[in-house]
Write a protein that binds this ligand. Sequence first.
Ligand code: OGA
Ligand code: MN
Length: 207
Amino acid sequence: MFELIANDLRSKGYSIQKDALPPRLISELLNVFASIPSEALKQAGIGRANDLQANHEIRRDEIAWIESTQGGAAAQWLEFSAQLQQHLNRSLMLGLFSFESHFAHYAPGAFYKTHLDAFKGQANRILSVVLYLNPEWGPEDGGEMILYCDRGTGTILETVKPQGGTLAVFLSEDFPHEVRPAKRHRYSIAGWYRVNMSNTLRVDPPA
Ligand code: OGA
Ligand code: MN
């Protein structure tokens, strides 16, 4: 499957894979998320921490960052992402250096309006990944991720149903995307591979 993802990235810049991880791991990840106390979940931000109003108009999910110290299924997810990183670095020379990811919960009605995960030029987020965790998801449940060709034309490249086990991978700078309002509780993991932007004055990403 890593080779399929590499080929898709090479030819079109994104890849959608169904049943990318074993159902057992998906349900364990959902259990890990469910065991996080609600006080530990944070209203997700958009990089303008002081503008809570603007933030609320753009995205309404709540998140919890994933650490390898959480062990169990969380560590297995990070292991999977490390293997994907290694494969893509070898086959596409992407120079991916580090990975960060968080659980995300969209309550009914929550959405994330069209955005890019990185901005051209200044970005060190190279590749975005999203893994879906809901065991069942019907067409009437909403919450699709729409991948757009570019902001100007609004051409839809892909409508991704957030069905447990589906993995979406795309170049962070190239694909505007949105999460349509979900009608049920929607659970996913969003992650980003970054390149190393360190120089002698700055350590980035922080060690
Ligand atoms: C994000 C994001 C998509 C999804 O968190 O940046 O775009 O389908 N998530 O959850
Ligand atoms: Mn995004």
